[in-house]
Ligand binder design. Structure first.
Ligand SMILES: C[S@@+](CC[C@H](N)C(=O)[O-])C[C@H]1O[C@@H](n2cnc3c(N)ncnc32)[C@H](O)[C@@H]1O
Length: 247
């Protein structure tokens, strides 16, 4: 399924108000990513955060990491308002992360739960590398192919997720040293399949699915889910990567 940026933008815009209360796994990913990064380096002159959203990861980043200049980016312009509340002097770069032109090279490019939206991860990291200093750090979290296994099973819908091994290979080929890479599982439980769908909507994740969930489609999904699974759960399969730009 090709990535439709307009659709992603619309879904995330709609989910901003509810996002923080519902993005439990994304918050866990951010805290793990920051913890692992801080084991290697805790101070950077210039930081660029991609896909900053409501600033859920930003809060975790600035709690542990010192910086001189903070640049943040999101395809949704309203993210700027959230970021300014956390970092009043933030330099916000609105637009597609692969199209923005930062005014300087960065010492850290960091992104939580966003790289899965890149259609071509090789190309995306190659583009981002232009904005990264030699010996600069790249820290990101994304999802593995078995992410949302239950959903894929019922609907057949999924992003083109890459495995931990594939990601490692891409990053090394592009001249990075991998300092840390982990794939873990986190299961969320819900009372009903309808509650599961609401959770996905509130975290903007339903942008991976069909554009219109008609009443009939929602009912079909709930019926099929209940028949197949005795309890309603959604399994996240996040990947955390910390890497250093060797040249
Ligand atoms: C799951 S949210 C994560 C938000 C935040 N990083 C966090 O940890 O909570 C993904 C964010 O990436 C943004 N996004 C998706 N694709 C993007 C792209 N190509 N360029 C910039 N932002 C993008 C979305 O608008 C959304 O705010």
């Amino acid at each position: 399924m090709p990535i439709d940026y307009k659709h992603i933008k619309k879904q995330f815009e709609k989910s901003l108000n509810d996002y923080d209360k519902n993005a439990i796994v994304q918050d866990l990913m951010a805290s793990k990513m920051v913890l692992e990064l801080s084991k290697h380096k805790k101070e950077f002159d210039n930081i660029l955060e991609l896909g900053s959203g409501t600033g859920l990861a930003t809060k975790r980043i600035i709690r542990e990491i010192k910086y001189k200049n903070y640049y943040a980016n999101d395809i949704v312009e309203k993210s700027k308002l959230y970021l300014q509340k956390i970092i009043p002097e933030v330099n916000f770069l609105h637009g597609n992360a692969l199209k923005i032109k930062p005014s300087r090279k960065m010492d850290l490019i960091i992104s939580n739960a966003m790289f899965q939206w890149f259609e071509n991860l090789d190309k995306a990291i190659d583009i981002l590398k232009f904005s990264l200093e030699k010996d600069g750090f790249l820290a990101f979290s994304t999802f593995a192919p078995d992410n949302f296994a239950e959903l894929k099973d019922i609907t057949g819908l999924s992003l083109q997720y890459k495995s931990q091994e594939e990601i490692k290979e891409i990053i090394e080929k592009l001249g990075f040293e991998i300092l840390y890479c982990e794939n873990f599982y986190e299961e969320l439980n819900f009372k009903t399949p309808l509650e599961l769908l609401a959770h996905m909507k509130k975290t903007g994740v339903n942008s991976l699915s069909e554009k219109t969930w008609t009443v009939k489609k929602v009912k079909d999904f709930c019926d099929r889910y209940s028949k197949k699974y005795p309890k309603t759960k959604l399994t996240y399969s996040p990947i955390i990567v910390i890497a250093k730009n060797r040249f």
